[in-house]
Design a protein around this ligand. Structure first.
Ligand code: SAM
Ligand code: SF4
Length: 331
């Protein structure tokens, strides 16, 4: 049954949910996790597939139609394709997508496509094996590229997006190889500005290589033309004027898109977060496990979402980095 749309106190309708299905990961990307990993949640702390499905069913009936599964690394959660199938079956979920580091895609791409995943984002920060290792602390580029190839063999998985975090002093050298990839394959490459959500707390404003800077590097070689921007889209997408292919820029630091933000997040242990940079979160697991009705859960969710932050304060004096890393939030 369709419920009233979910809105926040600033007049924004919420239509997009990121669900973290695990806090664990098989990589240790420098901009996300510390080298030694983090203290993982215990199994009983993590929402079961049935609990996730119940919350997604409720949220989607409030107009949250776009659902992205993430983590940690979602594909390390045992039985993940079964969860994907349970969510794909929900009548109010219109687009179901996954963000993955690609390491297990060679094994799981087929099962996930068959389960009903509509879109895939694969994170790749370098196309050179040694530099990929440096950033992710795993010598895994060949395995990730094999996973991408496997995924690309399913036409229903296209267009496939490749996300690269843009870090000053590292990513400059990656820009043109990624441009060539975007021009010669169907992959749309998107650069995401480095955000202060890293386990090492090494982020500084200077370490962000901005979308505008990368665009200038690309423009010097290949002219770009802007594509139209879809409502709530976080990426500014350009096509190459002199050939096929697209490239996108997600600029949360240099050009925040908070005014247009329609997104909420559910952590692996069932906490609702209304902003990536929230310092406050709402526990949904306790009421869920205490037997709350859908109406009670709906009331808790509406109250939390009403208080959604107007904007993030990255780069402003007094900004406080959340205790959680990106991997523990669900990026
Ligand atoms: N493990 C999966 C992956 O890497 O695709 C999914 C989870 S990961 C936290 C989701 C996305 O967040 C990835 O594209 C990753 O590159 C990005 N990310 C992680 N830490 C980030 C940071 N500090 N700034 C910007 N993006 C970040
Ligand atoms: Fe793992 Fe993704 Fe974080 Fe890298 S960005 S450590 S792959 S969760």
């Amino acid at each position: 049954m369709a419920l009233d749309p979910l809105r926040d106190g600033h007049g924004r309708s919420i239509g997009d949910l990121r669900v973290s299905v695990t806090d664990r990961c098989n990589f240790r990307c420098q901009y996300c996790m510390p080298a030694e990993g983090l203290r993982w949640l215990e199994r009983e702390q993590i929402l079961t597939f049935e609990e996730i499905t119940r919350l997604v069913a409720l949220l989607s009936s409030m107009g949250v139609h776009d659902v992205r599964l993430t983590g940690g690394e979602p594909l390390v959660r045992r039985g993940f394709p079964r969860l994907a199938a349970m969510l794909a079956d929900l009548p109010d979920v219109r687009e179901l997508s996954v963000t993955t580091n690609g390491f297990l895609l060679e094994r799981d791409a087929e099962a996930l496509v068959r389960a009903g995943i509509d879109r895939f984002n694969v994170s790749v920060d370098s196309l050179q094996r040694d530099r990929f290792y440096q950033l992710t602390r795993r010598d895994a580029l060949p395995q990730v590229l094999r996973g991408l190839e496997r995924l690309a063999s399913f036409p229903e998985a296209h267009p496939i997006k490749i996300n690269a975090v843009a870090i000053r002093g590292f990513t400059e050298e990656e820009v043109l190889p990624f441009v060539q990839l975007a021009r010669r394959t169907p992959y749309e490459v998107r650069f995401i500005e480095f955000m202060p959500l890293d386990g090492d707390r090494a982020w500084s404003e200077e370490s962000v290589l901005t979308g505008a800077e990368i665009r200038a590097l690309v423009q010097a070689v290949h002219p770009l033309e802007p594509c139209g921007r879809e409502p709530h889209a976080t990426a500014r997408v350009y096509r190459f004027a002199d050939g096929p292919g697209k490239i996108g820029f997600i600029n949360p630091v240099s050009e925040p898109f908070c005014a247009d933000c329609n997104r909420i997040r559910l952590t692996a242990e069932g906490r609702l977060r209304t902003c990536l940079f929230s310092l406050h979160e709402t526990d949904l697991r306790s009421p869920l496990r205490a037997g709350a009705s859908d109406a009670e859960l709906e009331r808790i969710i509406r109250q939390a979402v009403w208080r959604k932050e107007l904007k993030h304060h990255v780069g402003e004096p007094g900004f406080i980095q959340p205790a959680r890393t990106m991997s523990a939030i669900g990026g």
